[in-house]
Design a protein around this ligand. Structure first.
Ligand code: GTP
Ligand code: MG
Length: 582
């Protein structure tokens, strides 16, 4: 039986003792609303207020994916001169059919993404587009949807040209972030500000789907019915501006098409080449697609074929969008994981704010890295936040087992023998009754994992409770679908210890903050700013060197706070209850 019962108020975890001390203070804090741009990130389905208040119908992940994919197919990407007359540009393009939307952005030059209302308009535009003559060099005549606009008689047009308003594709500088966080009204406001500044914008999301669609055109030269689908943080609602673009080549549609056409007493099959295993097939497919991207793919540079990795992939930069891309194949389970994270992100507005803060915190302290290694990954961190939110009382997020009980026939999903079934209709999940503030949750997150028995327990979002570790890796987070796997198998003991130490220090800083917050005008880093800024991160590691072993001392201090909190459980002043003179 699941522990997810939104109407239950019973139960109580160890961390609730401290939670109690904060509860009155927390209830006084205003819960800030996130001012999300319309349709931002995952098609604007996410709520703007805490859990139970939002009643807007929410779209299924598959609906969002299909809509975005179809939109991308009607879109062209155009490299423009630095200055352009926007009105004339749009008039020129609309000769090919009505335009639904467009935006400009900069990435080593000015680009426009133009979405037509109909797909035919794209073909019409391609029909009047010429292959350039490049002087002594020769062009490979590949007709894609990535185009180049040149001005005829540019001298005559100079007076009409103007600079264009570009949509922002990058996250704020550390300095700007510092200012924004220091000016915030509360820690909750800080977390929501961070989310607002770092989350993928509507335009960035469109560009990600468009890039996949352009790569699909290249792959379709070999596999006409293929699809290239984005997954990971580009679509799971936890992507930060600048994150990589994970995509996979989906060849399943080819098989389905064949199956539909067979009837009667005969079974017709394609003649194909056989290879020894699925892995070899994947390697061969990615090898030719990698070659194709390298030789003919407009804007694809630095193509690396990493075919001997556990999950073979082609890595490249898509110059026009500025994305670092990882292309894999047969990655349906990863797409299902993305759907699951998307659901969790959409269930309660606190989830994304907390995940973004924890991800940014981990990055600021070099707990995560873009280079593969013994570090914890963003995916693992997200699983930890989800698990923590399942452990609150009342829980903020349901367990995966509970989501499975809500599934109907349409949701049934078995991939490679793994049961990946869970409810796809978000509207069938009741909102949580938990009203804890982000400030409290962030502090409790650090405290929870600062004291977690990593040596014996595994994190399991399927059941929403700790389990005995089935193997000896320092950090064990059960893969939600391939349940015999550990998603954090790569994490070393020293990296885990660093995480624990920093979590304890951060819990401590937030405790102290609660007592003694500098005024916004003092320009002192406080709250989230005190945890995130690189200078602060450095200071923290310096202070750690001076006062070894800080981690244990902090743990003891936090423990003493807890027990004094328990003793003073009748106290009415949250601030007084958590203060310590230790
Ligand atoms: P960032 O790229 O760091 O922003 O986050 P991400 O979620 O996109 O992570 P990453 O690019 O490393 O991986 C892409 C997706 O692959 C993840 O979102 C997961 O769905 C999946 N994935 C990553 N690591 C693992 C793993 O260890 N096990 C499993 N089963 N899936 C993983
Ligand atoms: Mg990624």
């Amino acid at each position: 039986m699941s522990n997810w019962d939104p109407w239950s108020s019973s139960g109580g975890s160890a961390s609730e003792v401290t939670a109690f001390c904060f509860i009155l203070l927390a209830s006084l804090n205003k819960i800030s609303l996130v001012n999300r741009p319309a349709g931002a990130g995952t098609a604007g389905v996410l709520s703007l207020c805490v859990g139970s208040e939002d009643r807007t119908p929410k779209k299924r992940f598959s609906e969002v994916q299909n809509e975005r994919r179809e939109q991308a197919q009607r879109t062209v990407l155009i490299h423009c001169p630095d200055k352009i007359n926007e009105k004339k540009f749009l008039k020129f393009l609309s000769q090919h059919g009505p335009i639904n939307s467009h935006f400009f952005y900069e990435s080593f030059g000015l680009y426009a993404a133009v979405e037509f209302c109909q797909k035919e308009s794209v073909t019409s535009l391609q029909n009047i587009t010429r292959t350039p003559s490049l002087g002594p060099e020769a062009a490979i005549p590949f007709k894609s949807r990535y185009l180049n606009l040149k001005l005829r008689n540019s001298l005559n047009q100079t007076s009409e040209l103007s600079s264009i308003q570009c949509s922002n594709q990058s996250s704020p500088s550390s300095k700007k972030l510092y200012q924004l966080l220091c000016c915030a009204e509360s820690v909750d406001d800080q977390l929501n500000t961070l989310l607002r500044e770092f989350q993928l914008t509507e335009e960035n999301t469109r560009l990600r789907y468009l890039t996949c669609s352009l790569i699909e055109d290249v792959a379709a030269a070999y596999f006409p019915d293929c699809a290239v689908r984005p997954f990971g943080s580009s679509v799971n609602s936890f992507g930060k501006l600048g994150c990589d673009l994970d995509m996979f080549l989906d060849l399943d549609e080819i098989g389905k098409f064949t199956a539909q056409k067979t009837s009667g007493n005969f079974l017709m099959e394609f003649q194909v080449k056989n290879v020894p295993s699925e892995r070899v097939a994947t390697q061969k497919i990615l090898s030719v697609i990698g070659e194709c991207l390298d030789q003919f793919g407009p804007g694809c540079v630095g193509v690396q074929r990493i075919l001997n990795a556990r999950c073979p992939l082609v890595r490249f930069s898509h110059q026009a969008s500025g994305f670092q891309c990882d292309l894999t194949t047969n990655n349906r389970i990863a797409l299902k994981s993305s759907e699951l994270l998307y659901m969790y992100g959409a269930l309660d507005s606190r989830v994304r704010a907390l995940v973004f803060s924890v991800r940014c915190w981990a990055r600021a302290h070099s707990l995560t890295s873009s280079i593969p290694g013994a570090w914890i990954t963003n995916f693992s961190l997200t699983m930890m936040v989800i698990f923590f939110l399942q452990r609150r009382s009342p829980p903020i997020l349901p367990t995966l087992d509970y989501l499975k009980t809500l599934a109907d026939a349409e949701d049934k999903c078995i991939i490679e023998g793994h049961n990946c079934t869970f409810v796809g209709d978000l509207n069938r999940i009741k909102p949580s009754r938990n009203t804890e503030t982000l400030e409290l949750l962030l502090k409790e997150f650090f405290e929870y994992f600062g004291n977690f028995a990593f040596n014996k327990n595994s994190i399991n979002i399927r059941q929403g409770r700790e389990q005995n570790k089935p193997e000896s890796s320092p950090l064990h987070i059960q893969n939600p679908f391939e349940t015999s796997l550990n998603v954090s198998k790569n994490v070393s003991q020293s990296q885990l210890q660093k995480f624990v130490d920093l979590a304890r220090e951060s819990a401590w800083i937030l405790h102290q903050e609660g007592k003694d917050r500098p005024s916004p005008s003092s320009n002192q880093p406080w709250g989230l700013a005190a945890l995130l800024l690189p200078s602060v991160a450095n200071n923290m590691s310096l202070s750690k060197k001076k006062k070894k072993p800080a981690s244990e001392r902090i743990k003891n201090l936090l423990d003493s706070i807890k027990s004094s909190g328990a003793e003073n459980s009748t106290a009415t002043n949250g601030r007084r209850a958590i203060s310590t003179q230790a």
